[in-house]
Design a protein. Structure first.
Lengths: 320, 254
C-alpha cells in the first residue's frame, strides 16, 4: 500500500466515509438496495475471475451461488446455534467443493462444449434443489433461519436491522474483493492470465493447463458461494430460484454490463443492474425486456462495458 | 546411454500414417539436425517427443525414463523444451511479461499466492538476464505481438531457453527470415545452446551444416540415413530424396 498516490488515498477515504455513513443518509429501501449490490458485486467479480481473467465462460455460475445459499440456510435451520459467520464461510467452502468437482470435468472441454457442460451441471443441481424435498423443501423453500441476535463477543448484532445487515455484508464483501484483487496480483493470477492468452505456449512452458483452470474455477466458486450465503442471510429465504438459469444469466449480464476488462467493472455492473431493475420494474411489469435491449446495445456499442464511460484519466489513476 | 532414445515410433492420424517406425538415439552434447523434404514427418516427430501428440506405437525414453504420452508440461519439467515453427508467444503481453512467464514456470512457482508478483525474489533479475541473452532488453515494454519478425523469433528462442532445458528442440528457427536475419539467428543459437544438447529441424542447408554435428534425414516417415555432416553431404540416397522432390516440383511447374 506504499505506492498509493494522494488522489487514490483521498478516493479510498471518501468511499469508506460514504459507505459508513450511507445508513444515516439513505432510506431503508435504499440501504436494502445497497446490500443487494454488495453481494451481487462479489458474485459478478467471481464470475469475472472466470470470464475476464481466465477466458472461461460459465453459464452455470449460479450453481455455486446456490450451493452457498443452501448450505448456509440448511446449517442455520437444522443446526440452530451454528455461528453465523461460520455458516457463511462453510457456504463458500460448499461452493468451492462443488466448483472443484464440476470444474474437474468442465475444463477438459473447450469453447461451446465447456459452456454447455457448466450449464448442464447447473441444471442438475437445480433439479436436486427442486426434487430433494427432505433436504431443501423443494419449491416451498427454506425460510426463517437467521438468528435474531448474533453474539460476536465484543458486540451483539441485531440481524433484523437492515443497517446491521448492511454493515455485515459490506465488510465481508470488501474483505473478499480485496482478497480476489490480491490473488490476481500473485504468480497464481499471472498463471491464469497466461493460460488465457496462449494455452499452447503455456503448456510447452510447463504450465499445467487443466489444473490451472480447475483452480480458478474453484476459487471463483468459493467467492460465488459466499455471495450466495450473504444472499440467503439477507433474504432469510432460499428456494431453487437461487440457482436457476435466470440467476446464471443475470450474473453474466451484470459482468458484461460493467465491463470484463477491469477488476471493478463487475461491481459497477452489479450496481447498475440492481438499480435499473428496481427502477424499471416499478414502471413496467415487463422490465426484463428493457434490460435485454439495454444489454444488446451495450454489447454492440460499448465493448468495455459501462466502466468504459468513465474517462480514462480517472480510471488510470485507480490502476495500481 | 543416449540422452534421448526413440524406438519404433509410429503415428497415424485417423488412417493417414505419417511416421512408419522411427529409431533414433541422441547423445548428450550432440547438435542434431533433422532434415527431409516437406511432409516427411519432421514436425510430427517433434510433436510426439514434446507431448503435443501421443504416439500410435513405439516408445520415447529421456535419460532412461519412459516419457511416451506424457502431457506437455510434464515433459517440459523433465528437461525438454521446444520452440515452434510458427511463432508461438504471448502476443498481448510485453516482452518482459513473456519472459517472466517462462521464469516463473522454471522456478516452479506458478501457483504461489503468498507474494505479490513484483516481489518474488530474483524474478526481475532473471527475466532481465534472459531478455539480454536474446538481445531484447531494450524492447522489454513492447507488446510481443508488435515486435518485428526477427525479434519475435528471438523471443520464441528466449522463452525456450529460459526453461534451462537439458535438451532443446528448435523447429525451423529461421523460418521466414532474410539472409542477414538468418545469420544473426544462427549466431544467437550458437551462443545460447553452447554445451547443450540440441535437435533442430531446418530447411536452410547452410544453417544445418554450420550448426549440426550429426544429421538425420527423414523421408516419408522413415529414417533414410543418419550420420556426421560430411557423410550426409555425399550420400546418394539423400541427393535422390531431395532431387526427386525437385523433379516432381519441376513437373508441376511445367
Amino acid at each position: 500500500m506504499k505506492n498509493l498516490g494522494h488522489r487514490q488515498i483521498a478516493a479510498i477515504a471518501l468511499a469508506t466515509f460514504l459507505l459508513l455513513m450511507a445508513p444515516q443518509l439513505l432510506k431503508v429501501t435504499q440501504i436494502r438496495m445497497l446490500n443487494e449490490i454488495a453481494y451481487f458485486s462479489l458474485f459478478a467479480v467471481s464470475f469475472n475471475l472466470l470470464f475476464g481473467y481466465a477466458g472461461l465462460l460459465s453459464f452455470g455460475h449460479a450453481a455455486y451461488f446456490g450451493l452457498g445459499a443452501y448450505t448456509t440456510a440448511i446449517l442455520l435451520k437444522r443446526m440452530a446455534g451454528t455461528p453465523l459467520l461460520l455458516s457463511i464461510l462453510l457456504g463458500g467452502m460448499a461452493g468451492a467443493i462443488g466448483g472443484a468437482i464440476i470444474g474437474f470435468f468442465c475444463v477438459r472441454r473447450k469453447g461451446s462444449y465447456f459452456v454447455l457442460l457448466t450449464l448442464a451441471f447447473n441444471q442438475l443441481l437445480w433439479a436436486v434443489a427442486w426434487k430433494w424435498r427432505d433436504l431443501t423443501r423443494g419449491d416451498d423453500g427454506i425460510g426463517g433461519f437467521v438468528p435474531k441476535n448474533v453474539d460476536l463477543g465484543i458486540l451483539t448484532l441485531h440481524m433484523a436491522s437492515t443497517e446491521t445487515m448492511y454493515y455485515v455484508s459490506c465488510a465481508i464483501v470488501i474483505i473478499l474483493l480485496l482478497v480476489a484483487w490480491y490473488l490476481m496480483k500473485t504468480p497464481f493470477g499471472n498463471t491464469i492470465r497466461t493460460v488465457k492468452v496462449n494455452e499452447e505456449r503455456a503448456a510447452f512452458l510447463g504450465y499445467n493447463i487443466n489444473f490451472s483452470k480447475m483452480l480458478i474455477f474453484t476459487v471463483a466458486s468459493f467467492f460465488a458461494g459466499i455471495a450466495g450465503s450473504l444472499f440467503a442471510v439477507f433474504q432469510d429465504f432460499v428456494s431453487p430460484n437461487v440457482m436457476d438459469l435466470k440467476m446464471s444469466t443475470e450474473v453474466a449480464l451484470m459482468t458484461v454490463l460493467g465491463g470484463t476488462g477491469s477488476f471493478l467493472g463487475p461491481v459497477l455492473g452489479a450496481a447498475i443492474f440492481v438499480y435499473l431493475s428496481d427502477w424499471i420494474s416499478s414502471l413496467w411489469d415487463r422490465w426484463e425486456f428493457i434490460m435485454g435491449v439495454l444489454f444488446i446495445i451495450l454489447v454492440l456499442y460499448l465493448h468495455q462495458g459501462a466502466i468504459g464511460l468513465i474517462p480514462k484519466k480517472i480510471r488510470s489513476s485507480f490502476k495500481n | 546411454m543416449a540422452l534421448l532414445e526413440i524406438k519404433n515410433l509410429q503415428k497415424d492420424f485417423s488412417g493417414l500414417r505419417v511416421l512408419f517406425g522411427i529409431d533414433l538415439a541422441i547423445e548428450e552434447g550432440e547438435r542434431h539436425a533433422i532434415i527431409g523434404p516437406n511432409g516427411a514427418g519432421k514436425s510430427t516427430l517433434f510433436n510426439l517427443i514434446t507431448g503435443k501428440y501421443t504416439p500410435s506405437q513405439g516408445k520415447i525414453f529421456f535419460k532412461g525414463h519412459d516419457i511416451t504420452g506424457l502431457l506437455p508440461h510434464r515433459i517440459l519439467h523433465s528437461g525438454i523444451a521446444r520452440s515452434f515453427q510458427i511463432t508461438n508467444i504471448f502476443r498481448s503481453m510485453t516482452v518482459f511479461e513473456n519472459m517472466r512467464n517462462a521464469v516463473l514456470s522454471k522456478r516452479r512457482i506458478p501457483y504461489n499466492i503468498f507474494s505479490s508478483l513484483s516481489r518474488v525474489n530474483g524474478i526481475i533479475e532473471e527475466t532481465e538476464r534472459m531478455m539480454s541473452l536474446v538481445g531484447l532488453l531494450e524492447k522489454r515494454n513492447d507488446l510481443a505481438g508488435e515486435l518485428a519478425h526477427g525479434h519475435q523469433r528471438a523471443l520464441e528462442i528466449g522463452l525456450t531457453m529460459a526453461m534451462d532445458p537439458e535438451l532443446i528442440l528448435l523447429d525451423e528457427p529461421t523460418a521466414g527470415m532474410s539472409k542477414s536475419e538468418t545469420l544473426e539467428m544462427v549466431w544467437l543459437i550458437e551462443k545460447v545452446t553452447e554445451r547443450k544438447t540440441l535437435i533442430i529441424v531446418e530447411h536452410d542447408m547452410d544453417v544445418v551444416f554450420r550448426l549440426a554435428t550429426r544429421i538425420t534425414v527423414i523421408y516419408y516417415g522413415k529414417v533414410l540415413v543418419s550420420g556426421p555432416p560430411e557423410e550426409i553431404r555425399n550420400d546418394t540416397r539423400v541427393k535422390d530424396a531431395y532431387l526427386g522432390q525437385e523433379r516432381v516440383m519441376d513437373a508441376v511447374r511445367a
